[in-house]
Write a protein of this length. Structure first.
Length: 119
């Protein structure tokens, strides 16, 4: 059995990972970096976002330990921190696609004030 502290720590790690994936741009960025390392200007063009926006998303992903910046002379290349993360993203994507999202919005919706959640 897990100790309470281990479960809490694991839950916190998963919550941070979920936060990183909760933004569609960050999710697309992780998927792009899963395919190959990239440079900020090229990644911004690929994703159709401003360089400033991309910089903010990269900072978030770096803060969560999901990507690293690798200096290359005057440029910086970004890549996924660990190959296991690339594999896990692929597995997660496969599971989510297999399950489908027919009821995703309903499943996570919070009940309105004064209403009880129905099971």
């Amino acid at each position: 059995m897990y100790r309470r502290g281990v479960i809490a720590t694991s839950a916190q790690v998963l919550a941070r990972f979920g936060h990183a994936l909760s933004d569609p741009t960050r999710s697309r960025l992780l998927l792009a970096l899963r395919e190959a390392p990239g440079y900020p200007a090229e990644l911004a063009d690929l994703l159709g976002v401003s360089r400033q926006s991309l910089s903010n998303h990269l900072a978030c992903l770096r803060g969560h330990g999901l990507v690293v910046a690798v200096p290359e002379g005057r440029r910086v290349r970004y890549e996924i921190t660990d190959a296991r993360l690339s594999h896990a993203l692929g597995d997660l994507l496969g599971v989510v696609l297999a399950v489908g999202d027919d009821h995703a919005e309903e499943a996570c919706a919070r009940p309105a004030a004064g209403q009880e959640a129905r099971s």
